[in-house]
Design a protein around this ligand. Structure first.
Ligand SMILES: [Zn+2]
Length: 384
């Protein structure tokens, strides 16, 4: 906008952008007796023409917040699963060369403030004031326009990946595998071995493919909640503290380190996490690929039945991620009989030593100071 490359008056051309698969409408899309199953997305966000046609005709600028498309995805772990005989290509769900066919749904958050307040068990006024304050007063309408009930928060949304026929998802008699995954760029994309994120994600994809091949569906929801929603900078600061602390990186200090750096052990909220599940019309999950007690509690509290919880297979846990999995199971994550953690293990399970020697850190700091002096930045600072 500042560079004037996008006309602020531009109206998007949405012809031929419609969803490639049909979803809903499901009973969960509508409020019942003051209870809202969906408060954080617009259930009609993918069908603006059908839902808001008369307003579009009047010239209102109404844009989709949900888009549905298809893709072929290609993951090295799926190819490995074929080589090792865990997956078999069938030409439909999975091709001979290991590609799988999916339907995917991108969702942006659309918050219905009275419903969000209800979920967080705060008053709408309290919610509005907090949002206003914590966004540096960027949205004065939160306070001045209580009649505007919807807010588009400047936070990340999610993407839903579906294996199998999406029409089968709402049928409780057809097997459904689900993982609700929170973004971890370091592991998901770049393969860091300090956590279980990517291996657990690819395990969920493998399970989803298998379920789809057996006539069911698999759903993986990928949320942009990097570093327990604290962000990657905080996450790396915590990594440094974990590796540098006296006694080294160990399970008993795993959550404490995040608490010391961020003031909380986790800033994700699961209260609105199940909304996309209700958008998909899910009432029963046969296999939940998650060990998180917080996610399980939120999903079941929202009225969805969960039959089985699947922990990450131990052989998939990366070497340096033993600290994480031990700490999480001790704190209440579901180990499913595969992981058993007692107090003694909390001090025993150790992570890799990154060799952050004191002399190295001091040398690096000294070199940094020297470089700054050379650049004149430090000198300028002193003058001020
Ligand atoms: Zn991770």
């Amino acid at each position: 906008m500042a560079q004037k490359t996008l006309d602020p008056e531009y109206m998007p051309q949405l012809k031929m952008t419609q969803p490639v698969a049909q979803f809903g409408p499901f009973p969960s899309w509508y409020s019942k007796e003051g209870e809202h199953k969906i408060v954080s997305i617009d259930p009609m966000g993918h069908i603006p023409v059908e839902a808001f046609g008369k307003y579009l005709d009047k010239g209102f600028d109404i844009r989709p917040t949900i888009a549905v498309t298809k893709a072929h995805i290609d993951l090295p772990e799926c190819k490995e699963a074929i080589r090792e005989g865990r997956l078999a290509p069938d030409g439909a769900i999975m091709t001979q060369d290991g590609q799988s066919h999916i339907t995917k749904v991108a969702m942006e958050p659309v918050w219905y403030l009275p419903g969000i307040a209800q979920r967080f068990e705060v008053t709408e006024q309290n919610l509005r004031e907090s949002l206003f304050r914590e966004t540096n007063m960027m949205y004065p309408e939160l306070i001045t326009r209580p009649d505007l009930k919807v807010f588009l928060p400047p936070v990340g949304g999610c993407t839903v990946y579906i294996w199998g026929d999406p029409k089968k998802i709402p049928d409780p008699d057809i097997e459904l595998t689900v993982r609700v995954h929170d973004e971890c760029n370091g592991s998901d994309v770049f393969g860091s071995d300090i956590c279980t994120c990517r291996p657990y994600l690819t395990h969920a994809i493998e399970e989803s493919i298998r379920t789809a091949q057996n006539g069911g569906t698999g759903v993986v929801i990928y949320y942009r909640k990097e570093g327990r929603a604290l962000g990657e900078v905080t996450k790396y600061l915590v990594y440094n503290m974990r590796k540098r602390q006296e006694g080294g990186d160990r399970a008993e200090e795993y959550f404490n380190c995040t608490q010391h750096v961020a003031g909380v052990t986790d800033s994700r909220f699961q209260a609105i996490m199940p909304d996309p599940l209700h958008w998909l019309g899910i009432t029963k999950i046969h296999k939940l690929i998650s060990m998180s007690n917080m996610k399980y509690d939120a999903i079941t509290a929202s009225g969805i039945e969960v039959v089985e919880r699947v922990p990450i297979p131990p052989e998939l846990v990366p070497k340096d991620a033993a600290v994480e999995i031990t700490a999480k199971v001790f704190e209440g994550y579901e180990g499913g009989g595969v992981y058993k953690v007692d107090e003694a293990m909390m001090s025993k399970v150790q992570g890799r030593d990154y060799d952050y020697r004191k002399t190295d850190i001091e040398n690096a700091a000294a070199a940094g100071r020297e470089a700054l002096q050379g650049s004149g930045v430090a000198a300028k600072k002193q003058k001020v």
